[in-house]
Write a protein that binds this ligand. Structure first.
Ligand code: NAP
Length: 384
């Protein structure tokens, strides 16, 4: 039985993590969790997990309210409360299912405190991949990704990591895979929120439509598995049945295949890679049943080129990329900017700011704040 702290319990990954833990009550004991604004989930989680001893909520008023209802539970508040929760709740494992930059510091705190970190918050690696890898190399903390593509790659490499030619990350192509670049300019938030294969939180759904998510995943794969940009390809897999592929020097492929269901990669991470699974080996990808592939067209989604820049130059580029994207996505969802404005804002921010080498967390936070105010200014001036 392993004790777990779940950050982002009200979200899409958070709720599916709860499903996995409820199905395996003898293996996981939820002792602490965090919620942002959707505090209506608090009561139900406490009811289902009797050993909850601490909770972090985003707002002081919610903390005051729930503290009165549950006097024996210790409540923490806000961004710093997330770190206190990790340090003080006694959980051996932290599942980080927060969305955005706010997830980075809790990932750092988890590894500094030698926790087993199951990481859905991909922004942690995009922004702070160097810090995370440094902490992993010098401490006792461990990291297991919660992303279907990276779990697929981890599974394939666990079976065979010799003579690897390429890591091939699959992409559904998002809801607009059949539209021309011109047609992309009129996309509304409502259209972008309708992903064909996955039901996810709003931000990652927009990131999937813009291909920022695939760009994030290439950067994530670089930090997780140590491959360079030139060793990582993207391939369209229309129904998301093939979660990712490793190609070997002898021309064979090993793939993780199955229905798209995030509970599978969540389970793999929670069991620290020790679940039963099978990979498919073939020398012809088209022979894999019930699925089909297409070339990824980088001309339609040139944002993916940003992965090369971030991987090769590092420093604070990931922080600029992430913060400009977070602010632009927020503005797009509020109907303040058009769909292609997201890409334009990211590129402008990356070209206007110089990267700082070997940043610490405080440097990254400064760059994050600066980039956000830059984006707000650009939107005010109509520069998108
Ligand atoms: N969903 C997927 O299928 C999927 C797949 C792979 C990777 N991921 C990654 O997993 C992460 C979570 O994605 P998601 O789809 O689960 O997102 P989501 O549904 O939007 O959930 C995000 C969670 O983070 C909390 N949160 C957001 N801002 C916060 C803040 N400032 N302080 C404290 N808590 C905050 C939210 O709380 P409230 O909602 O209560 O405010 C919610 O619990 C993302 O990094 C995403 O890229 C997701």
């Amino acid at each position: 039985m392993i004790s777990v702290c779940l950050l982002g319990a009200s979200g899409s990954i958070g709720q599916q993590t709860i499903d996995v833990m409820l199905k395996n009550p003898h293996d996981f004991d939820l002792v602490s969790f965090s919620i942002g604004q959707r505090t209506r989930y608090v009561r139900g989680i406490i009811k289902r997990f009797p050993h909850i001893s601490s909770i972090c909520l985003q707002n002081k008023s919610s903390v005051n309210y729930y503290q009165k209802q549950y006097p024996s539970i210790h409540f923490y508040c806000g961004d710093e409360g997330l770190n206190e929760l990790i340090r003080n709740s006694g959980a051996e494992m932290v599942v980080n299912a927060l969305v955005g930059f706010v997830g980075l510091k809790p990932s750092i705190t988890s590894l500094e405190n030698d926790k087993i970190l199951c990481l859905a918050n991909k922004e942690s690696l995009v922004v702070g991949g160097e810090i995370i890898n440094h902490l992993l190399s010098k401490g006792k903390g461990k990291l297991y990704p919660i992303d279907s593509e990276h779990v697929a790659i981890a599974k394939c490499l666990a079976v065979d990591n010799q003579n690897v030619d390429k890591i091939i990350i699959t992409a559904s192509g998002g809801p607009f895979r059949n539209l021309s670049r011109d047609q992309l300019s009129d996309i509304t938030p409502e259209q972008a929120l309708a992903h064909p294969n996955w039901k996810m939180g709003k931000k990652i759904t927009i990131d999937s439509a813009t291909m920022v998510n695939k760009t994030f995943e290439i950067i994530e794969a670089h930090y997780l598995f140590g491959y360079g940009y030139q060793d990582i390809d993207v391939l369209i897999n229309y129904n998301s049945f093939v979660h990712s592929i490793v190609r070997y020097n002898d021309g064979t492929y090993r793939a993780d295949v199955g229905k798209p269901d995030m509970r599978v990669p969540i389970k793999y991470a929670l069991y620290q890679g020790l679940t039963d699974y099978q990979t498919v080996v073939t020398d012809n990808l088209d022979s894999i049943k019930n699925t089909s592939f297409g070339e990824f067209d980088i001309k339609r989604f040139p944002i993916v080129n940003v992965a090369k820049k971030v991987i090769e130059e590092k420093g604070t580029l990931g922080a600029i990329f992430n913060a400009s994207n977070e602010e632009a996505v927020r503005a797009f969802l509020n109907h303040e900017i058009p769909f292609l404005g997201i890409e334009k804002i990211i590129n402008t921010c990356l070209s206007k700011q110089k990267s700082i080498k070997n940043p610490n967390y405080e440097d990254l936070k400064q760059v994050d704040l600066l980039t956000r105010s830059m984006v707000k200014e650009m939107i005010k001036k109509g520069e998108y």
